[in-house]
Design a protein around this ligand. Structure first.
Ligand SMILES: C[S@@+](CC[C@H](N)C(=O)[O-])C[C@H]1O[C@@H](n2cnc3c(N)ncnc32)[C@H](O)[C@@H]1O
Length: 242
């Protein structure tokens, strides 16, 4: 009897797509090494990203619980408790969540940020860290976040106004960087315009700050829209809907 040959890969090629395109977070070659990447030369950037997010979120004293969507392996999700916030994670990728479950002791949900399986105002704030770049309908995701959140939405992402964006696009041309192939990069101004469209009729304020500046630079954080990463906080001020 002839034994049928099976593909050796753990996940067949056609399951590695999302929205009709190959996606790194559905490919174990990339997801299984994700945490190592943070431990390497990305470490300094991570420290500053957390500082920036802490400054923005901890100003809103109402925030005690947080739902982080696009939580990945929970690099940030498991950190929020260091600043006194109880976090829950959600992500679309079973491969990222397969690691998250061993690294994070809170609750996790497998779901798409465009359709959050939670009731209105379930958490004090929603958070998105380097995940918003992958969303097909950013207006819908912000509306979903404003539905599930009570007080605010925290966002941290790669800045479009950065020389690294050009470097990444060149690397992609040579097949060297699979991580941002499907990503849309935002600047604080571009993201603010999307938020304004999504939250028309709501009362809110926005604060943002940038980091990800070169090591030799005299400051590592500032309020100019330049740098590899920016954090932004939407403070929802119309509590009458709660
Ligand atoms: C660059 S990783 C960021 C992970 C984590 N937030 C961090 O900072 O390390 C992007 C994550 O977004 C998730 N993601 C992409 N599109 C998503 C969607 N529509 N809904 C939920 N998660 C999504 C991916 O699975 C991946 O884990």
């Amino acid at each position: 009897m002839q034994v049928e040959k099976r593909e050796a890969g753990l996940i067949p090629q056609h399951y590695r797509n999302w929205q009709g395109r190959p996606e790194w977070f559905f490919n174990r070659e990339h997801t299984d090494t994700y945490e190592q990447w943070y431990e390497g030369r990305y470490k300094r950037a991570e420290v500053w990203q957390k500082k920036v997010m802490e400054q923005l979120v901890s100003k809103d004293k109402r925030v005690k619980t947080l739902l982080e969507f696009g939580c990945g392996t929970t690099r940030f999700t498991r950190w929020w408790k260091e600043i006194g916030i109880e976090a829950t994670g959600g992500d679309l990728s079973p491969l990222m969540l397969g690691q998250a479950i061993h690294l994070f002791d809170g609750d996790l949900v497998l779901a798409d940020s465009h359709h959050m399986p939670f009731k209105d105002h379930s958490f004090d704030t929603l958070a998105f860290i380097t995940t918003f770049e992958y969303y097909k309908d950013p207006v819908k995701v912000i509306r979903e976040a404003a539905r599930v959140a009570k007080h605010g939405i925290a966002m941290g992402m790669m800045n479009r106004n950065s020389t690294k964006v050009v470097r990444r696009r060149v690397q992609e041309l040579f097949g060297a960087n699979p991580f941002y192939l499907t990503a849309t990069f935002y600047s604080p101004a571009k993201l603010t315009a999307i938020i304004d469209e999504a939250l028309k009729g709501r009362n809110y304020s926005i604060e943002w700050t940038c980091t990800g500046l070169p090591k030799w630079f005299p400051v590592q954080q500032w309020s100019l829209p330049l740098g590899d990463f920016f954090g932004l906080y939407i403070k929802l001020e119309d509590e009458q809907h709660l």
